[in-house]
Structure formats: structure tokens, C-alpha cells
Design a protein around this ligand. Sequence first.
Ligand code: M3P
Ligand code: FE
Length: 311
Amino acid sequence: MALTGVLRPGHAQLRVLNLEEGVHHYRDVLGMVETGRDEQGRVYLKCWDERDHNSLVLREADRAGIDFVGFKVLDKATLDKLEGDLRAYGLATERIPAGELLATGERVRFRLPSGHDIELYAEKQAVGNGLQVLNPAPWTKASENGIAPVRLDHCLLYGPNIAEVQKIFCDVLGFYLVERVLTPDGAGNVAIWLSCSHKVHDIAFVEHPEPGKLHHLSFLLESWEEVLRAADIMAMNNVQVDIGPTRHGVTRGCTIYAWDPSGNRFETFMGGYQPYPDYEPTTWTFDGLGAGGGLDYPQRKLHESFLSVVT
Ligand code: M3P
Ligand code: FE
């Protein structure tokens, strides 16, 4: 099998200021499926076409932002191996027992030098996508609820030391660099897009002085028409839009950035392209991010909120 090691981003735990407002947004407007609640009061959701029990966990807190991002790995042997590799690299790891997150096996957690907590896990209950595996229909009723993305696709995180973060993902966890934006002097990167798969990114980072920040969690749609329909649904539900609908030059994704009721940015997007690990990374100059259309290809400007609004 070609796809081994780290498979995909599997879950993110998001802090919301008001739980039921957050549930309304992610379940009824974005159109995820609620799959459980735990004794801590956390709410679990998945996108309709995801097969594992949950991909988004909402926790009520007095400040918005992200608690952790979890990546599913191939199996338990891979989990043990990657834990050893992280430790050998010099990172501290912590084991969180199975069941601490509903329907989820043991997790290995570590903190990046950007201040973000990342987890690896091998097991999560497969609840299916509502379709039988034998002679299935192409979609279900759940795919007609709200914006209805097919999966949690990636996140963009803001924090310090992204050169070191890139080394951890690429040298220890088997990711590769797909695109990057150079610093104004061209000596380093201000932004990196990393993939562990055939996706244009599974996680991305922007260099930022404050650690542990969330720029956006992103959800995949399958057509430009669905992105435009998402914009209609956002407007009908008074969801505040940040940028779009438009296209990113970086990754070529066709996108909307918008805010949930707690001020966490989320993205609904389609497209991009399918890179391979042997591709030379695409490089954008710092000016290219704005005037070159990296952020917003048609408008060719660096929207002020891109660098300043994070949770
Ligand atoms: C994405 C995406 C920028 C490009 C961002 C890309 C900030 O968020 O999902 O493709 O230039
Ligand atoms: Fe994105």
C-alpha cells in the first residue's frame, strides 16, 4: 500500500464561547452530523461522508481557538513507531487513554514549537457514512443538510518557529512541503503548506509571534457551485464572511473564509490540485501573497484580516 504512516487529519477540538450556538452553526448551518456528547459536555460531529465517529469536537470555553489537531495513522505499530521517532527527535510525548475522546483509541500527544498540540491515533470507531458498502447509493439525506461538506480537510495554524515545525512534519512524520511563501528578505518562509497524502495540504502554518493560534479549519466541498451555494447559506444564516467566494493562488483552492459565532474562522472550499512528494515545492514571494494573488487570485490583494485575525 502506498499510503502509510500518517493518513490524514482526523479530528480537531475547537473552543466555542457558547456550546449550543456552536452546535447550531456546525450542525445546522455547516451541516455536519452530531454523533455524540460526553460527560465533560463536549459535542462530537462528523461530515456526512466521513466514516469515523467524529472529526470535530466542540468544547465550551471562555476563549475561542483550537485545543488540538489529531492525525490518524495506519495502525498501532505505526503509532508506536512514530512516538519513538518523535522522542528520538527530542520532543516530549504524552499518551492519552483510549475513550478520553468518545469512540477514539489511545492518542499520542506532543507540542510543536509553534505552541500547537498535535495528536496521533490509530483507532476510531467506524460508524460509516450512512451508505451501505455493498452496492451503495452515491449520497444520503445527510448530504442535503446545510452546506454539507464531505470532510474536514485541513487547518491553517499561526505560531512561532515554523522552520522547526516543518522539520518535525517532514523529517519525522513523513510529510512533504507543497507550497511556501518567502519572508520579505527571501531568507526563510513565512508560510508553509504540508501534505502527508495526495492533497495539496493536510496542515499549513504561518509564522506569527503568538503561539498556538488558529487561522482556520477547512471543510471540503465538491464543486464551485457548492461553494457559491455555501455563500448563500451563510448569508441566509447571518454568518459573517471574511473573504470570498474567490480562488487562492496558493493551492488553487476555490474558497470562502467565514467566522463561526465564536469568531473562529472556518473555510469551505473545493479544488486545488493533487501533488506528489517528488514535486518541487511552489514558491511565492512575500509580495506574491498579496499583489501576486497568492491569497486572493482575482482581487490580488492581501486582505488585512488574513494576517491579523486569529483565535
Ligand atoms: C488555503 C487553502 C493563502 C492560501 C490559503 C490556502 C492564505 O487556505 O485551503 O487552500 O494564501
Ligand atoms: Fe485552507
